[in-house]
Design a protein around this ligand. Structure first.
Ligand code: AMP
Ligand code: FE
Ligand code: FE
Ligand code: ZN
Length: 285
């Protein structure tokens, strides 16, 4: 039995629909999936339904961009009650910040005499949680750039002319938000963010787990984080971080988390759920 606990759809910066993700998962013999779109749960109900039809276990999730003393880290949340009002309100705030950021990027492009109507970007994104890849794709569709890569290199990368910093929430607040909604908080791809020095403080802030397995972690990196997870008594998770076709080739199926790590995760979620957000009924997913 295997799982993929880090997946994106076209409801954030991926290209697959929830149903396409599940179809690929079936093909790869995955038994448990979590959807972790950035700052949104928009795809979760459809993904839950598709998983149910395919007899795959589904975990609700999201990926938040957090700030720890000026460094950007990514935090995965799992198993929370998606109907929790405080969580829904916070996600809506993050989505509004993303939409404002896209407007600002387009304003900057327009000031550079690049005609890109904001409606074109928003129509292409067609989701509540747009980001730079949607601006990049719109630039390609307009013929301004010949590839998404070129759009990033010329305009959208850090310190390029249309770059706008992303809003981040303090890591302590993000962890509390996930806990209050009955979920667990897991540090995403620590090997990509050089997050080691922050781990003791994150544990202090009640972090529940580390994403030891990730497609950009080498076997040595994974082994290193497994050791740290054991040292700090943290949950172990893993996922492909598949963005569909957005990153060249689909990564789903190329990383399979052993189901041995799922029981501790389920238990931790049940404990958080028992103590949290009881103000709304918990829907099936
Ligand atoms: P955002 O959250 O809006 O800052 O956008 C982040 C997304 O942009 C992630 O999916 C990244 O993989 C993608 N991205 C970042 N740099 C590049 C690049 N040079 N080429 C293509 N995609 C990129
Ligand atoms: Fe992403
Ligand atoms: Fe990430
Ligand atoms: Zn991700």
């Amino acid at each position: 039995m295997t799982a993929d606990l880090h997946l994106h759809t076209h409801f954030s910066d991926g290209t697959f629909s929830p149903e396409q993700v599940v179809a690929r998962a079936v093909h790869s013999n995955l038994n448990t999936l979590a959807l972790t779109d950035h700052d949104t749960l928009e795809g979760c109900a459809r993904m839950a339904a598709a998983c149910r039809d395919a007899s795959i276990e589904f975990l609700v999730g999201t990926e938040l961009t957090v700030d720890f003393e000026g460094t950007e880290l990514h935090l995965l949340g799992y198993g929370f009650n998606p109907a929790c009002p405080a969580l829904q309100q916070a996600l809506e705030r993050f989505q509004i910040a993303r939409q404002a950021r896209v407007h600002e990027m387009v304003d900057r492009l327009n000031r550079l005499q690049i005609r890109l109507p904001i409606q074109e970007v928003l129509a292409l994104a067609n989701c509540r949680s747009p980001g730079r890849p949607h601006v990049a794709r719109a630039l390609v569709e307009r013929g301004v750039c010949s590839s998404v890569d070129e759009a990033f290199t010329r305009f959208l990368k850090k310190d390029r002319p249309a770059w706008v910093p992303k809003a981040k929430v303090a890591v302590e607040d993000a962890i509390r938000l996930l806990h209050d909604a009955g979920g667990v908080a897991v540090l995403a791809h620590p090997g990509l963010n050089r997050a080691d020095p922050y781990l003791p403080s994150l544990v202090e802030a009640d972090l529940d787990g580390i994403e030891c397995f990730h497609t950009k972690h080498s076997p040595a990196t994974s082994a290193h984080y497994l050791q740290l997870a054991a040292r700090y008594q943290l949950l172990v998770t893993g996922g492909s971080d598949c963005h569909g076709m957005a990153k060249g080739r689909p990564l789903i199926g190329s990383l399979k988390l052993d189901a041995i790590h799922l029981e501790p995760l389920r238990k931790a979620i049940a404990q958080r759920r028992a103590r949290a957000c009881l103000t709304s009924p918990s829907p099936v997913h």
